[in-house]
Design a protein around this ligand. Structure first.
Ligand code: GLN
Length: 489
């Protein structure tokens, strides 16, 4: 069961080969055995999960099951889920029990999926290594001395270590794709506006987007079918016709034009990563695709632009955490202002404070024009580069991250080095485009390498097709780290 696709699990549940309660218990047992060390989950709640599994078994028995009914799915702890502790990886929310469900959670509940638990993450999704979590670092199951990536690091480790059937993540600057790459799994960040942000704790609202993380492109398509769709409670949710994201999986790739941006293969890219990505492109040529050289000249500005815009939005979004209505409140204070100050000083970690300070600075009088407005203008130029590029190609490919998983603690005191992990992913968020990462080999120290696939707006079904065809021809995505210390590849 651990290596079966979601479709196979679904068939087994319908065929009564296994019940949802048995399957949920199997994963809960694995979590009990391995989570102590991996730290992929912040919260598990077996009573709620098993109650959902029993309800799913009733749906299955009555013959009104949907594709995900009875399947245990882990949720990044950024999604509010009714009755569940929802922390966003922060001391600020360490005791917050959500009174309501995020839209994404409602969609999974309506599909009859089982919520298996809440996964660890960088505090308020700010980070690339999962080390900023108040609940401690997550370990990469391929090598426990290394990071899983971030901010959806708990999800990536949970999927890679088979501590869930599949899971959710969010991606503001790369937080689905980079951890997917570093843990050897598949992840998809949809076009901005395809998945509702209602009930997803806000980091940088113009960039945040939820998406699925799983073992294969085929699994991602099933998850996205459940997650996507219009929701009037999110003003940026797009009103579009419902799509079947699995509809094109089987299409051959003859004639597919793959754009290769020269900026993604320049200085800073690890030679081991470059080699694996180039081998993947060679494989695509065998599948009938052809390579087109393209350029994204403004993408080199994406990190500085992001680190003006994302902190600006974060400083505004995080002003709601003030100790008044919910979350952490300092135990001792003199008056209201002192209560705000102490609660925020004690409740937020160092990286979150750094972002709030930067954001407040770039939005302040006198600096707004010099930083925030300039960054907005360059954001438009970055998006325009992609418009030009997609006149010459159907999809864009390159590395997801410049290196494989780095050591825990290696970049902790150098924020700029940490920020550079997202050099190939951030431009996609600034443009609002869909992007994904799929495993394409192993680099130095036998750590997984991710291939990034960037599509045009609303090209998710095509990207999943492109990824699925590769996964039919190769088996990188089905390799798994053996937790008992022996590799299974
Ligand atoms: N690593 C980036 C950051 O720290 C992106 C995080 C994300 O996508 N949530 O902001």
């Amino acid at each position: 069961m651990l290596n079966s696709s979601l479709q196979q699990i679904s068939d087994a549940l319908r065929g009564k080969k296994i019940s949802s309660v048995e399957l949920t218990q199997l994963y809960l047992n694995r979590i009990a055995t391995f989570n102590g060390e991996l730290n992929a989950y912040i919260t598990v709640n077996p009573d709620i999960s098993l109650a959902q599994a029993r309800a799913a078994d009733t749906m299955l028995a009555n013959g009104n099951a949907q594709p995900l009914t009875g399947i245990p799915i882990a949720q990044k702890d950024i999604f509010c889920a009714k009755g569940w502790r929802t922390t966003c990886g922060s001391k600020m929310l360490h005791n917050f029990i959500s009174p309501y469900d995020a839209h994404v959670i409602t969609q999974f509940n309506n599909a009859g999926a089982v919520n298996l638990g809440k996964t660890n993450m960088d505090e308020f999704a700010m980070g690339s290594s999962n080390e900023t979590s108040y609940f401690g670092a997550v370990k990469n199951p391929w090598d426990r001395t290394r990071v899983p990536g971030g901010s959806s690091g708990g999800t990536a480790t949970a999927v890679a270590a088979r501590l869930c059937a599949a899971a959710t993540g969010t991606d503001t600057g790369g937080s689905i794709r980079q951890p997917a790459a570093l843990c050897g799994i598949s992840g998809l960040k949809p076009t901005y506006g395809v998945v509702s942000r209602y009930g997803m704790i806000a980091f940088a609202s113009s960039l945040d987007q939820a998406g699925p993380m799983a073992r294969s492109a085929e699994d991602l398509s099933l998850l996205l079918n459940t997650m996507a769709g219009f929701d009037e409670r999110d003003s940026t949710s797009l009103q579009r016709e419902k799509e079947d994201y699995a509809r094109d999986l089987a299409k051959p790739l003859n004639g597919l034009r793959i754009g290769i941006p020269k900026e993604f293969f320049a200085e800073g890219l690890g030679s081991d990563v470059a080699q694996a990505v180039e081998a993947a492109i060679t494989e695509y040529k065998k599948l009938g695709a052809k390579k087109v050289d393209i350029s994204l000249p403004n993408s080199r500005l994406s990190i500085p632009v992001y680190y003006v815009l994302a902190p600006a939005e974060a400083s505004s979004n995080l002003s709601r955490f003030d100790g008044v209505r919910y979350g952490y409140r300092a135990p001792e204070y003199t008056d209201l202002a002192d209560m705000y100050e102490k609660s925020r000083a004690q409740g937020f970690g160092a990286e979150v404070k750094r972002r709030i300070l930067i954001g407040t600075y770039v939005l302040s009088h006198g600096y707004y024009d010099a930083y925030y407005l300039q960054a907005q203008k360059i954001r438009r130029l970055i998006a325009q580069d992609f418009v030009e590029a997609f006149k010459q190609c159907d999809v864009i490919m390159g590395p997801t991250s410049p290196t494989t998983a780095f050591k825990l603690g290696e970049k902790g005191d150098d924020p700029v080095q940490m920020y550079l992990s997202d050099i190939y992913t951030i431009a996609v968020n600034l443009a609002g485009l869909p992007g994904m990462s799929i495993p394409c080999g192993f680099g130095a120290n036998n750590m997984p390498v991710g291939l990034q696939i960037i599509g045009n707006y609303f090209a998710e079904a095509q990207m999943l097709n492109v990824a699925h065809q590769y996964q039919q021809a190769t088996d990188w995505h089905s390799r798994m780290p053996l937790l008992e210390g022996v590799r299974n590849d």
